[in-house]
Write a new protein. Structure first.
Length: 155
């Protein structure tokens, strides 16, 4: 995809892609041990990417897109390929900035991003390792649900 490609977002709307997402998505949208990344994952990651880069920042929007992504990974999207793709997306950050402080996110949001890039890739093949590192999708989802809202972040 090029920078001007239209990508469906998880809410069913079509929006122009954000600069850099295409490269980051291409880098992680690869089969893992013969298993393909689910097509439903891309729009969910695109929503998170958009909300991380949004100016002005909206805690509510990013919290909702995190929750949508992690609910999917904790349920029907819990595959080795999907968990690896999300882990690599946030760990390697090919095509976009690996320095999360560059995005001026509140620290609790940076911590969630770090959790997704730590050992989420082990959630299917070695869930005990992922659990011990608080990197199962449902563990990260719990952390997301504790994130501050726009109203709380403004205080």
């Amino acid at each position: 995809m090029s920078e001007s490609t239209i990508l469906p977002m998880s809410d069913g709307m079509n929006r122009q892609t954000i600069a850099g997402f295409d490269d980051a998505w291409r880098a992680v949208n690869v089969p893992r041990d013969g298993e393909s990344v689910s097509p439903e994952l891309g729009p969910r990651l695109a929503d998170v990417y958009r909300d991380i880069a949004a100016k002005p920042f909206s805690a509510d929007a990013l919290k909702a897109s995190f929750e949508n992504l992690l609910t999917y990974l904790a349920g029907p999207g819990r595959t080795n390929a999907n968990c690896w793709a999300v882990d690599l997306f946030f760990c390697v950050c090919e095509g976009w900035s690996p320095d999360w402080t560059h995005h001026d996110l509140p620290e609790p949001f940076n911590q969630v991003i770090a959790m997704m890039g730590e050992a989420l890739n082990s959630a299917v093949r070695d869930p005990e390792l992922a659990r011990s590192l608080n990197s199962l999708p449902e563990q990260i989802l719990e952390a997301v649900r504790e994130l501050p809202s726009d109203a709380e972040a403004a205080v």
